[in-house]
Design a protein around this ligand. Structure first.
Ligand code: ADP
Ligand code: MG
Length: 322
């Protein structure tokens, strides 16, 4: 079903940054504590992600590149309690259908690593390989067989910037993982496993941390923590607004509104605020029918969420402790 895969790919894989997201989510799901990313030409030429996670058993290598073979959702119950990031079982298959893909993996149980290649819809047989325990996925020439899609992509610099934003989101929500990123052979980011506070400082800069206050608010079934920039921080831009719900990056009108109101009421500040916030809610509070690749979320009790965020942020801004 090469064509179906390509159509599915078009929905999930929009640009190199979407490939990076899928690969990083898989590495995180595999329990990796160290993830290395190598990108060439903004990800158009090459995107390689290497992790030290649990690996893929040899007999499952072909399945990993096949559509719907591996959905991490086993039943309806799982739908409500999604803890793993990927749960559609088609990320890799979609990427494979529109690129040259190489998957190398080594599980602790196996004597050595195995690899499998695909060229667009064509899947090769697994072959012995060499790799430390963990997995490498290498994606070359994205959209080589979809020239129209390829033409739609922006410059190398823009695509790389999208990859960087994606990595920042992942790094901010997984402080305990070490991330390294090379672009065109040059080291661009190296973030050691750290506390959340250290990771925020590493990703957004020390200037941000020094001009920010902490939020730490806990109620029944809901909590909000993170850092909010104070007026002294003048370098805030829209892309310095990070909001995670149960570890997932989201953009949401309700959240934005609650934050803007709090900043406006307490500090009379109307320009872009910078923040990194982590909201923890009961999974049943979130509607999971929203498309998993999108950054949208639907809260079941929007009013309550809005009030909680507004209250927590106002309180932190009114009595800042840096
Ligand atoms: P999904 O993540 O939705 O299950 P994917 O197509 O992204 O589907 O991945 C297919 C399967 O391949 C996963 O379910 C997982 O078993 C395996 N896999 C992919 N990447 C990795 C990785 N980095 N480490 C271990 N297993 C992986
Ligand atoms: Mg996945």
């Amino acid at each position: 079903d090469g064509l179906i895969s390509q159509i599915a790919a078009g929905e999930v894989i929009e640009r190199p940054a979407s490939v990076l997201k899928e690969l990083l989510e898989n590495s995180i799901d595999a329990g990796a504590t160290e993830i290395q990313i190598n990108i060439a030409q903004g990800g158009l030429k090459l995107m390689r992600v290497t992790d030290n996670g649990s690996g893929i058993p040899t007999e499952e290598l072909p399945l990993a590149l096949t559509r719907h073979a591996t959905s991490k959702i086993a039943n309806q119950e799982d739908l409500h309690n999604i803890t793993s990031l990927g749960f559609r079982g088609e990320g890799l298959a979609s990427i494979a259908s529109v690129s040259y893909l190489l998957l190398i993996s080594h599980t602790p149980a196996a004597e050595h690593a195995w690899e499998i290649r695909s060229e667009g819809p064509q899947l090769m047989s697994p072959e012995p390989s060499s790799h430390m325990p963990g997995t490498t996925v290498e994606v070359r020439d994205l959209f080589f067989n979809l020239p129209a899609r390829r033409k739609f992509l922006k410059t190398e610099a823009t695509e790389f910037a999208h990859c960087e934003s994606m990595l920042r989101r992942m790094a901010l929500s997984h402080a305990a993982i070490t991330f390294t990123l090379h672009h065109n052979g040059k080291l661009r980011h190296h973030w050691q496993a750290a506390t959340v506070e250290e990771r925020i400082s590493a990703v957004l800069g020390q200037e941000f941390s020094e001009a920010a206050t902490w939020v730490n608010e806990q109620a029944v079934n809901i909590n909000l923590r993170g850092m909010l920039a104070l007026p002294a921080y003048s370098r805030a831009t829209r892309d310095m607004q990070y909001f995670f719900v149960n570890g997932r990056f989201i953009r949401d009108k309700l959240v934005t509104h609650a934050l803007r109101e709090a900043y406006c009421d307490v500090l009379h500040l109307d320009r872009h605020a910078a923040f990194v916030l982590y909201l923890g809610v009961d999974p049943t509070q979130i509607d999971v029918n929203v498309h998993p690749t999108k950054t949208e979320v639907r809260f079941r009790e929007g009013r309550m969420i809005h009030q909680f965020i507004y209250h927590s942020v106002s309180k932190a801004l009114a009595a800042p402790h840096t």
